[in-house]
Design a protein around this ligand. Structure first.
Ligand code: PRX
Length: 628
């Protein structure tokens, strides 16, 4: 089947994928390596919620990322590692070398007693061992769960305990621009509450002094001595591949479980179609492996396609705001995939940084994680793409495994602020306020997906009921994305943002309930309500309304609340504004009317709609007066 290379072909593939869905995906899957052929392509549906792909088959994603390429691409560079320090030469790792390193890591895991199905948690900086480590898990059927290195000890412990990981892999510390993060010290704190962890594999990066935990093992030493041969284990198609935690509108973060064959097939196909890479191109996704983008489009998608992928340890603004552009020139990057928040942050810096760069190697630009506003799109197109690179605005989610709606670079038309068209096999629908599908093309509504696709997360780890409730109860028979969208006459989609109590801060999903739970830990906070508001750089900022039991100076309160949020979640969830209030707008049934809080936080101080159901309408004026 190969990659889609013309607009006509896109239409043909799309129709084929909907009319003969199983035949379509069978053709894609057959391009990959199977130890044992599958008996059926797809079973189950969005009613029984027992969706399965490629049952009866056995495969291995690490085999497909590595071994499959050894014959033709063994000496091709698989990964270019660019360290935080710009003076350090980039490290090039060929497919042959990556294969050896992954085998070594897999042997270490096996020697430490890791068995298929066991959960291994990674809490690391952006170091090569993170990438080889997750591939090593998939090689032996262990299940990786990566926790972003910016989360707090409590957040880490919560995730480890939820999936009952038996091994933690971490670094002494990590470099992020001019700062270091003491990962092991944070991990040690978390480990106090993690009885399931039997071994802690520690790799050195920053060489800082660390306090040893009785479970510590020197990973670097073990890797040095491990054999570089390790056969990939044939795994059932629906065997677990990884768990990745993400925030929702209620409760604690959910561990989305992705399985082996469907995720692999979907990552493989979407990567090649969306990015349109040629054999010698160099691809750079700037996401951290701690997020889904770093899983699917830094690691699996590129490697499944035999591409060269860049892994970057640093940040866009250190040592200066030209770092991204310098790396693109240094490594001759042709495909660059980043988040709108990074674009807006760099847009706010001196234009000379981007103008001084050459950037002639670039062919394709990508955007992910949040809606890209027109101004940022134009800036990216003009200054980075020099008006010659298509921009793929890729809409998808941790739950979807891979890109769902996006242009195919240079093949289908890109439109500023629109994600545009669904990928093959994806049937998006918009729902009206009564829960019915909207049949007219030009429309606006809540975005659902009508049929299963191979990359969908199969469950919330350990809580299938929560999976059902969260994604399939609002519109029975449909997967509900939590996003709103508009559709134009040509069928192009524009994502308008979350319609639930999830906010998207710098492309990171944060549940308002989680932040409220953290703030409520403060001894003087009686109640709090958190909403998002438009923020120039982060996309959305966090606005917290708090009711206090005793008087505290505002500055002091801010510091204390920041500390408690830092401790419970991590610095990414710190509120941008805190407003002390005597009350919150509540309905007679005690529900907070968040619509009002959102409007005030956004400085939209008129037209509050119907407030007649409020128990305490006078609070609205008081909230407006106290606006931060
Ligand atoms: O609201 C959408 C937004 O990010 C959410 C998913 O977040 P997460 O699971 O962390 O995955 C981010 C990376 C795939 C979505 O529900 N989102 C993601 N991509 C876009 C987007 N919003 C608009 N345009 C996008 N391209």
């Amino acid at each position: 089947m190969g990659r889609i290379t013309t607009e006509g072909q896109y239409r043909e593939h799309y129709d084929w994928s909907l009319n003969k869905n199983e035949e379509y995906w069978q053709n894609v899957a057959k391009e990959l390596h199977w130890f044992k052929d599958f008996d059926s392509v797809q079973t189950g549906n969005f009613k029984d919620l027992n969706v399965k792909w490629f049952e009866g088959g056995q495969t291995n994603i690490s085999y497909n990322c590595l071994d499959r390429h050894l014959k033709d691409r063994g000496d091709k560079v698989a990964v270019i590692y660019e360290a935080n320090d710009p003076k350090v030469e980039a490290k090039k790792i060929t497919y042959k070398e990556l294969h050896q390193q992954v085998c070594q890591f897999a042997n270490v895991l096996k020697d430490q007693g890791v068995k298929p199905g066991d959960r291994v948690c990674f809490y690391m900086g952006m170091v090569p061992e993170l990438l080889t480590g997750i591939l090593a898990c998939t090689r032996i059927g262990a299940v990786h769960s990566v926790v972003f290195g910016g989360f707090s000890a409590k957040a880490l412990a919560g995730r480890i305990q939820d999936c009952e990981a038996s091994v933690l892999v971490t670094n002494d510390g990590s470099f992020r621009g001019g700062k270091t993060i003491a990962l092991k010290a944070i991990a040690n704190e978390a480990l106090k509450d993690c009885p399931t962890i039997k071994k802690v594999l520690v790799s050195k990066r920053t060489n800082e002094n660390i306090e040893a935990d009785a479970r510590d093992i020197d990973l670097d030493e073990l890797l040095k001595n491990a054999s570089s041969e390790c056969e990939a284990t044939p795994l059932d198609s629906e065997a677990p591949n990884f768990i990745l935690y993400t925030s929702g509108s209620t409760g604690k973060p959910k561990g989305l479980l992705h399985t082996v064959a469907g995720y692999m097939t979907y990552a493989y196909h979407t990567f090649r179609n969306v990015f349109q890479m040629e054999e010698n191109d160099i691809y750079w996704c700037s996401a951290d492996i701690g997020w889904i983008t770093g899983h699917t489009y830094l690691t699996y998608g590129p490697l499944l396609n035999g591409a060269t992928t860049v892994m970057f340890e640093g940040v866009p603004t250190w040592p200066d705001a030209g770092r991204f552009w310098q790396v693109i020139d240094k490594l001759k990057v042709s495909h660059f995939y980043t988040a709108p928040t990074a674009i807006r942050a760099l847009e706010a810096c001196d234009i000379k940084f981007v103008q001084e760069a050459n950037l002639s190697s670039l062919k394709v630009l990508g955007s992910v994680g949040e809606p890209i506003n027109e101004e940022a799109w134009d800036w990216y197109h003009k200054n980075v793409g020099r008006e010659k690179c298509p921009i793929v605005d890729t809409w998808w989610q941790t739950e979807t495994g891979g890109i769902m709606i996006s242009a195919l670079a240079g093949v289908t038309k890109d439109i500023p602020t629109y994600a545009t068209l669904p990928q093959p096999g994806i049937e998006p629908v918009l729902m009206d306020a009564d829960g019915n599908e909207i049949s007219t093309l030009a429309a606006q509504g809540n975005l659902c997906i009508k049929r299963p696709w191979p990359g969908i997360a199969r469950t919330v780890y350990g809580d299938h009921e929560r999976y059902k409730d969260t994604y399939f109860s609002a519109y029975p028979g449909y997967y509900f994305t939590g996003d709103g969208a508009k559709r134009d006459e040509q069928g192009n989609y524009r994502i308008t943002g979350r319609v639930d109590d999830v906010i998207n801060v710098s492309g990171h999903r944060i549940g308002t309930a989680e932040v409220e739970d953290a703030i409520n830990q403060h001894p003087s906070v009686v109640e709090s309500a958190v909403v998002g508001f438009p923020h120039n750089i982060k996309g959305q900022g966090i606005y917290a309304y708090v009711i206090l039991s005793d008087e505290i100076a505002e500055d002091e309160l801010k510091t204390q609340i920041n500390n408690v949020v830092n401790e419970m979640i991590g610095p990414i969830a710190k509120p941008d504004a805190i407003q002390i209030t005597p009350g919150l707008p509540k309905t007679r049934s005690g529900k907070i009317m968040r619509r009002i809080l959102r409007k005030i936080a956004a400085n939209e101080l008129d037209n509050f709609g119907d407030t007649s159901t409020l128990l305490n309408p006078e609070i609205v004026d008081s909230l407006i007066k106290g606006k931060k």
